[in-house]
Design a protein around this ligand. Structure first.
Ligand SMILES: Nc1nc2c(c(=O)[nH]1)N[C@H]1C(S)=C(S)[C@@H](COP(=O)(O)O)O[C@H]1N2
Ligand SMILES: [Mo]
Length: 366
C-alpha cells in the first residue's frame, strides 16, 4: 500500500515527505469546498504516527489543579457537553516555499500554500475539563504533550507546546475527537487532539496524552526553540534560542489558488479563486486582486456568507485580461483595517514561519 492509501488520503494528495508523513492537497482541490474533505486535509507530522488502543487510552490532566484527572475517551464524552465547530487549521510553515526563494531555509519542508484546511470538529471544551479538574485561576499556561515520538537534539520525546491560560479558557478551544463526523484518523491524532482556533497549527497537539497547568510556557522543544519568530539577520549560526517570539495567533493571509504559477490561459475573462484567513483577532472583511502590483485593485466576491474568526473565506475575482504576461497579486483586509506586508523580504526568517506577504503569481494570457 502506498503512503497515501495507508493514511486514507486522496489519490491526488501531494506527499511532502513519507517519513514522517507530511502532505497537502493540490490547491485547486482545496478551494472546491468550504469544508475540506478528510482525505484532502493537510498533514503535518514531526515524528511517528502512534497507533493508540482506545480502551487503554487515558488523558491525564495535571499541574496546578485541585483535582487532577485521568480520563478515558468515554469519560470525556459522557462527562462533558459535546460541541461542534468549524475551524481552519493553518501550519506556521504555510507558504514557506516563497520565503525559500528569497534566501535558503535549510532543514525545513518547502510547503506551498496548501498547509491549511478546514474541518467541522467535534469534542469538548478544554475549559470544561480544566474547571472539572479545579484549575487555579492564577495559573498562566496550559501545556500539551503528544503520545508520538520525536527525535531532536539526540533526545526522544512527544511533540508538545502550550497556550496562555486566557486562550485555554475561551469557549472556542477544544479537545476534539471527531473530524467531519468521523473519529479522528490515526494521522490526524486519534483518539484525541487539541484544537486551538486562530493559533498556528503547532499548538493543536495530536494524540494528546497530557495536559499540564503551569506558570511558564511549555519546556517542549516545539515551544522553546521551534515555532519562534526571529528577525531576518538571525540564522542557525548566530541564533540565541532564548530570544525570538513564541508564535501564537496566525497572521492575516490571502492566497490565489487558481490559476497556478506559470499557467498559460486564453485572454479574456479569467476567474481567480482563493482563500483568505483572519489572524484570530479580527475577521476578514475584503479581498482584492491587482495586475499592476497594487496600483489598482479589484474587489473579490466571497463564495459564502459565513464570516468568523476561526474559518477561512473562499473568494473569486473576475478579471478581463488582454494577451500578455501578468503578475497577479492578492491581499486581504480585516474589519479593523489591518492588511498584509507587501514584500516577502520583510517577513523572511530563518525558520520560514508566518509568511503572509502579498501573494503573487505569474501567468501568461494568449
Ligand atoms: N503530537 C503532535 N501534534 C502535532 C504535530 C506533531 O507533529 N505531533 N504537528 C503540529 C503541527 S506543526 C501542525 S501544523 C498540526 C497539523 O495538523 P494535521 O496534521 O491534522 O493537519 O498538528 C500539530 N500537532
Ligand atoms: Mo505546523
Amino acid at each position: 500500500m502506498s503512503a497515501v492509501e495507508n493514511h486514507q488520503k486522496h489519490p491526488n494528495f501531494i506527499v511532502q515527505l513519507e517519513e514522517p508523513f507530511n502532505g497537502s492537497a493540490p490547491l485547486e482541490f482545496l478551494v472546491q469546498e468550504f469544508i475540506t474533505a478528510n482525505d484532502l486535509f493537510f498533514v503535518r507530522n514531526h515524528g511517528n504516527i502512534p497507533l493508540i488502543d482506545v480502551h487503554e487510552y487515558r488523558l491525564s490532566v495535571v499541574g496546578m489543579l485541585r483535582a487532577p484527572l485521568e480520563l478515558s475517551l468515554d469519560d470525556l464524552k459522557s462527562r462533558f457537553p459535546r460541541v461542534e465547530m468549524d475551524v481552519t487549521l493553518q501550519c506556521a510553515g504555510n507558504r514557506r516555499d516563497e520565503l525559500m526563494k528569497v534566501s535558503p531555509i535549510p532543514h525545513e519542508l518547502p510547503w506551498g500554500a496548501g498547509a491549511i484546511s478546514t474541518a467541522r470538529w467535534a469534542g469538548v471544551r478544554l475549559r470544561d475539563v480544566l474547571i472539572a479538574a479545579g484549575i487555579e485561576r492564577s495559573s498562566r499556561h496550559i501545556a500539551f504533550s503528544g503520545l508520538d515520538t520525536v527525535s531532536r537534539l539526540e533526545r526522544e520525546f512527544g511533540f508538545g507546546g502550550s497556550i496562555p491560560m486566557d486562550k485555554a479558557m475561551m469557549p472556542e478551544t477544544l479537545l476534539a475527537y471527531e473530524m467531519n463526523g468521523e473519529p479522528l484518523s490515526p494521522v490526524h491524532g486519534f483518539p484525541l487532539r487539541v484544537m486551538v482556533p486562530g493559533y498556528i497549527g503547532a499548538r493543536s497537539v495530536k494524540w494528546l496524552g497530557q495536559i499540564t497547568v503551569q506558570n511558564e510556557p511549555s519546556m517542549n522543544y516545539f515551544q522553546r526553540r521551534a515555532y519562534k519568530l526571529f528577525p531576518p539577520d538571525v540564522t542557525l549560526d548566530n541564533v540565541n534560542w532564548d530570544e525570538g517570539i513564541m508564535m501564537g495567533e496566525n497572521s492575516l493571509n490571502a492566497v490565489i489558488c487558481y490559476p497556478f504559477p506559470g499557467d498559460t490561459l486564453p485572454a479574456g475573462e479569467v476567474t481567480l479563486l482563493g482563500y483568505a484567513m483572519s489572524d484570530g483577532r479580527s475577521m476578514v472583511e475584503q479581498v482584492q486582486v491587482s495586475i499592476d502590483d497594487g496600483m489598482h485593485w479589484t474587489t473579490a466576491e466571497f463564495l459564502s456568507e459565513k464570516r468568523d474568526l476561526w474559518t477561512w473565506r473562499l473568494w473569486q475575482a473576475k478579471l478581463t485580461l488582454a494577451p500578455g504576461a501578468y503578475t497577479l497579486t492578492a491581499r486581504t483586509r480585516d474589519t479593523v483595517g489591518n492588511s498584509q506586508p507587501r514584500d516577502t523580504q520583510e517577513v523572511w526568517n530563518f525558520k520560514g514561519y508566518g509568511n503572509n506577504s502579498w501573494h503573487r503569481i505569474k501567468i501568461t494570457c494568449e
